[in-house]
Design a protein around this ligand. Structure first.
Ligand SMILES: [Zn+2]
Length: 79
C-alpha cells in the first residue's frame, strides 16, 4: 500500500506545473509562454520538452499559470 501511495504522488507531481518567473531551485532554464510571450524559468525536463516541440515546428507547449487559468476560464464559459 505504501508503494502505491508513493506512485500516485509521483504521478501527480509530474503533472504539477512549476515554472517560476525567476530562476529558483531546479528552475534554471528559460521558457517562453506561448500565449503571452513572457519568459519564465522551468526545470530541465520542461525546458527540453518545450525546445524540442519548437524545433519540430510544433506549437510551443508551454503556457504560464496566468494564461492557463484564463484558457480554462474561457473553456468553462463556452460550455
Ligand atoms: Zn502566459
Amino acid at each position: 500500500m505504501q508503494q502505491l501511495r508513493e506512485d500516485k504522488d509521483a504521478d501527480r507531481h509530474e503533472f504539477q506545473f512549476s515554472a517560476t518567473q525567476f530562476p529558483v531551485g531546479d528552475n534554471q532554464h528559460p521558457v517562453i509562454c506561448g500565449t503571452c510571450g513572457e519568459t519564465f524559468y522551468a526545470d530541465r525536463q520542461m525546458h527540453e520538452r518545450t525546445a524540442r516541440s519548437i524545433d519540430e515546428g510544433l506549437d510551443n507547449p508551454f503556457e504560464c499559470d496566468d494564461c492557463r487559468d484564463e484558457t480554462e476560464e474561457l473553456a468553462h464559459r463556452d460550455q
